[in-house]
Write a protein that binds this ligand. Structure first.
Ligand code: URA
Length: 434
């Protein structure tokens, strides 16, 4: 441990609102990753950043240190444009599962390094791991080999790639320090810039199911990440999308895998497809691949995108029979339908609370060591703007235990605000920053 720095002094410095210099940030992150700074001290530091923030230079340095905590990939052996996408997180956000194979089937190489569920939001890795046998822990060598052979791989941060983020991400999840612009920016960009990308598309969400509820804050986050990408020479585009409803119909790990496969079979719900196409089109534009939306739709109709996802599952050890037989995926047996207490238009759904209810059912984590239950979740029958008749189902709850489903009935009903008059819909795709 470098004797020139004292962890407590640095926590205090940030706690009191002062700017940390590059060596101080490097010390904190490097020593934490080596195990020399313990979780309780890092938690205090993260909370200080949460309240006091970081300026752009501090954020860029935090990102760089996290990125340099591991290996930076060399993908020079790949001929195609190398482009990834990342989302700031939402509820029911299974876009990566649809988009990665879809865009790869158009000739883009997609080296996707994703995260686990964080706070109330789901994580791509947890979803993929609900597929029996699926490995998200490929070594860098395996990851690179797969990119060369099929043009897409979906893994988590390994001990080799951005290990600092792996530790910090898990700690933030259980210390209420997720929704911070510098911490999210550094977390996302450290993983992504370690991938040796030509381009990056970010889905920056705002609304009651996003970390950044406020649109202005989401826009600041988007600008911050686009600037960091630009500084590193990676073409970065941020698409600002709304997260006022769960995306699509299913929420919960294995349920979202099923919905993603259905989307690749051409049966995706409109909102999921709108976001997927907007992000995929931005990736194609960076890759200078012509055809846009038409090409993407054609890859779905022809089955090419679905075949690509099957290849991903097979290459990563998963059971590809799931594509024909969803019963091979873990899906809870105890389901109940929660009915509308009155007729009217759905004015709002507390999307954050749906994410937290999923955590309560076991589908997310309260502590970083928690094992998750992939089989539980929700089917959302009524979304914002829909008309519902009294007694019609709003949501179906899937739980591994009978009481789980029943105790959530009232909680779920309370998530809906139903009124007699219509509500104005907010655009799903709000703005693009490049
Ligand atoms: N996704 C990430 O990878 N990191 C965050 O901090 C939030 C969302």
């Amino acid at each position: 441990m470098n004797p020139n720095f004292n962890t407590v002094d640095l926590i205090r410095k940030k706690r009191d609102g002062n700017k940390l210099n590059a060596s101080e940030i490097r010390f904190l992150i490097t020593e934490y990753t080596r195990g020399n700074i313990l979780d309780y001290q890092m938690s205090a530091f993260l909370m200080s950043v949460y309240f006091q923030g970081m300026d752009f230079d501090e954020t860029a340095c935090l990102m760089q240190t996290m990125k340099d905590s591991g290996q930076v990939l060399d993908l020079a052996h790949i001929q195609q444009p190398v482009i990834d996408k990342h989302s700031t997180g939402g509820v029911g956000d299974k876009v990566s599962l649809v988009l990665a194979p879809l865009v790869a089937s158009c000739g883009v190489c997609v080296p996707m390094i994703s995260g686990r569920g964080l706070g109330h939001t789901g994580g791509t890795l947890d979803k993929l791991e609900s597929i029996p046998g699926f490995r998200t822990d490929l070594s860098v060598k395996e990851f690179k080999r797969q990119l060369k052979t099929i043009g897409v791989a979906m893994i988590g941060q390994t001990a080799e790639i951005a290990p600092a983020d792996k530790g910090l991400y898990a700690l933030r999840d259980v210390t209420a320090t997720v929704d911070s612009i510098p911490l999210i920016s550094a977390s996302i960009m450290s993983k992504k810039l370690a991938e040796d990308l030509d381009g990056l598309v970010l889905d920056v969400k705002s609304g009651n199911g996003a970390f950044m509820r406020d649109y202005k804050k989401a826009k600041m986050l988007a600008h911050n990440m686009v600037q960091i990408g630009k500084r590193s020479g990676v073409k970065t585009v941020a698409v600002l999308t709304s997260m006022d409803d769960p995306l699509g119909v299913n929420v919960g790990n294995s349920l979202e895998v099923i919905e993603s496969i259905e989307a690749l079979k051409g049966n995706g719900p409109n909102d999921l497809m709108e976001v997927t196409f907007a992000l995929a089109e931005a990736m194609l534009r960076i890759a200078k691949i012509k055809g846009g939306r038409k090409l993407l739709e054609q890859k779905i109709t022809s089955g090419a995108a679905l075949d690509k996802f099957r290849e991903v599952v097979e290459h990563q050890g998963g059971d590809a029979h799931i594509f024909q037989d969803y019963s091979l995926l873990p899906v809870s047996k105890h389901n109940i339908k929660v009915l509308a207490p009155k007729s009217g238009y759905v004015h709002a759904i507390n999307t954050f609370a749906i994410g937290m209810l999923l955590v309560e059912l076991g589908g997310g984590r309260r502590q970083k060591e928690d094992k998750i239950d992939s089989s539980c979740g929700f089917k959302i029958y009524k979304k914002k703007g829909d008309y519902v008749n009294k007694g019609e189902p709003l949501v179906e709850v899937f739980s591994s235990y009978v009481r789980g489903a029943h105790t959530k009935r009232t909680a779920v009903q309370d998530l809906y605000t139903i009124k007699r008059y219509k509500v104005k819909h907010r655009a799903l795709i709000r703005e693009t920053i490049s």
